[in-house]
Design a protein around this ligand. Structure first.
Ligand SMILES: Cc1cc2nc3c(=O)[nH]c(=O)nc-3n(C[C@H](O)[C@H](O)[C@H](O)COP(=O)(O)O)c2cc1C
Length: 353
C-alpha cells in the first residue's frame, strides 16, 4: 500500500520535473536531445547519491519469467535505447525485470546530425521521433562497461544489442563481446541482434537478406550457448517476420522481439528541416501498440518461440493483454523516459492477477 503511494507520488514528481526541464531547455531551439543530456547528468548525480534508495521497489516473487536459461524477475524489460549505467541502474532499482544496452557497432559513430530526436503527437498519442542513426562509442569502448557491478549485482538478465552494416561487422562485434563475456563471472547475459534500421542512409539492413541472417545466427549458435534474440521492425511485412520466426524456430535458445521503432516522414508530424535534420525517423510510443499486439498474435498462433513484445507498451492493460496473447516479456522504451514509476505499479497489479 505504502509502496504504491510512493510510486504514485514519484511518478507525479518525475513527470513534473521532466516537463519543466523540457520547457526550459529543449523548446527554443526545439531539440529534445538537450533535455536528454541535462536529464542524464541529473540522473547520474542522483544515482551516485544516497537518495537513489528512494527509487528502490522490490518485485513481487510470483511474476518471475524464465526463458531458456534466463530468469527475469518481472515480464517488463527495458528495450535497447540507452547505455549509460545511471539510467539502467535507475530502472533496475524501480523494478525492471531485465535490461538491454543500446545497440553497439564495431566502429565509433557520431550518428546523424542534430536535431535528431523530438517529442511528437501521432494519431493523438504521445510519441518520440528519432533519427539518431545509432551513435556508438564502438565495441572496444563498450567492453569494459559490460560487467558493471552496480548492474550485475541485481542478477537480472542483461541484453547486448548488436548492429552492423554487413555480416562481417555483426560477426566481428559478436566475437569480441563473446570472448569478453567468457572471461566474466555473470551468466545472465544474452544477445539481441538488431536487424531493423529505420535510420541508416541506404535503408538496407539484415532484414532484407534473411539467408545471411540465418547464416549469422547459426554461426553465433556454434560459438555461444547464450540466448539470442532477433529484433525485427514494425515496417517489415508479416511474411518476413514469419520467415524470421521460421529460421529461429529451428535454432536452439532463440527469441523474437517485435519490434523496433516505425519509420515515418518527419513532416507528417509537423517537423521541418529546422527541427529535424533527416527526412524521417523511427517513431516510438503508444501508437505502435496495436501493431505489436497483432504481430504477437500472429506469431504465437504459428510458432512456439518466446516473444518479447516491444512497441507502444504503456500500461498494465497493455502488458496483461500481450502476455495473455502469447508474449513472454514486454519491452519498453518510451514509457521508461516519460513515466518510469509506472513500472512498480504494473508489477504490483501483475502480481495480483
Ligand atoms: C531514442 C531512441 C533510441 C533507440 N535506439 C535503439 C537502438 O539502439 N537499438 C534498438 O534496437 N532499438 C532502439 N530504439 C527502439 C526501442 O528499443 C523500441 O524498440 C522502440 O522505441 C519501441 O518501443 P516504445 O514504443 O516502448 O518506445 C530506440 C528508441 C528510441 C526512442
Amino acid at each position: 500500500m505504502l509502496n504504491k503511494l510512493r510510486a504514485r507520488i514519484l511518478s507525479l514528481q518525475f513527470r513534473a520535473i521532466r516537463r519543466t526541464v523540457i520547457i526550459l531547455i529543449a523548446k527554443i531551439p526545439k531539440d529534445l536531445e538537450r533535455a536528454i543530456v541535462f536529464g542524464d547528468a541529473l540522473n547520474h548525480l542522483l544515482m551516485i547519491s544516497p537518495f537513489k534508495q528512494l527509487f528502490k521497489f522490490s518485485i513481487p516473487k510470483n511474476i518471475q519469467v524464465k526463458i531458456h536459461d534466463l530468469t527475469f524477475d518481472s515480464p517488463i524489460i527495458s528495450a535497447s535505447f540507452k547505455d549509460d549505467v545511471s539510467s539502467l541502474l535507475q530502472w533496475l532499482l524501480i523494478g525492471i525485470g531485465g535490461i538491454t544496452y543500446k545497440t553497439v557497432l564495431k566502429e565509433p559513430s557520431k550518428g546523424n546530425l542534430r536535431p535528431r530526436i523530438q517529442e511528437v503527437s501521432y494519431d493523438g498519442d504521445y510519441g518520440i521521433l528519432n533519427s539518431l542513426g545509432l551513435p556508438t562509442k564502438g565495441v572496444s569502448k563498450f567492453l569494459p562497461k559490460i560487467d558493471n557491478k552496480k548492474l550485475t549485482k541485481f542478477n537480472r538478465p542483461i541484453g547486448i544489442s548488436i548492429g552492423g552494416n554487413s555480416y562481417e561487422e555483426y560477426y566481428s562485434v559478436f566475437s569480441e563481446i563473446e570472448s569478453h563475456l567468457n572471461s566474466l563471472n555473470f551468466s545472465q547475459f544474452f544477445y539481441e541482434v538488431n536487424i531493423s534500421c529505420p535510420n541508416t542512409d541506404d535503408g538496407k539492413c539484415l532484414s532484407d537478406d534473411l539467408e545471411t541472417l540465418k547464416k549469422l545466427i547459426l554461426n553465433f549458435r556454434d560459438t555461444s550457448s547464450r540466448v539470442i534474440v532477433v529484433k525485427v521492425s514494425p515496417d517489415s511485412p508479416d511474411e518476413e517476420v514469419l520467415r524470421v520466426c521460421e529460421i529461429l524456430s529451428n535454432i536452439s535458445k532463440t527469441v523474437i522481439n517485435v519490434g523496433n521503432s516505425k519509420y515515418i516522414k518527419a513532416n507528417t508530424v509537423g517537423l521541418t528541416s529546422k527541427n529535424f535534420s533527416k527526412e524521417g525517423g523511427g517513431l516510438s510510443g503508444k501508437s505502435l501498440y496495436n501493431n505489436t499486439l497483432k504481430t504477437v498474435k500472429m506469431i504465437s498462433s504459428k510458432y512456439d518461440i518466446p516473444i518479447i513484445a516491444t512497441g507502444g507498451v504503456s500500461s498494465y492493460e497493455n502488458v496483461n493483454e500481450l502476455l495473455k496473447n502469447g508474449a513472454s516479456l514486454t519491452g519498453m522504451a518510451t514509457l521508461l523516459v516519460s513515466d518510469p514509476f509506472q513500472i512498480p505499479l504494473i508489477n504490483y497489479r501483475l502480481s495480483n492477477d
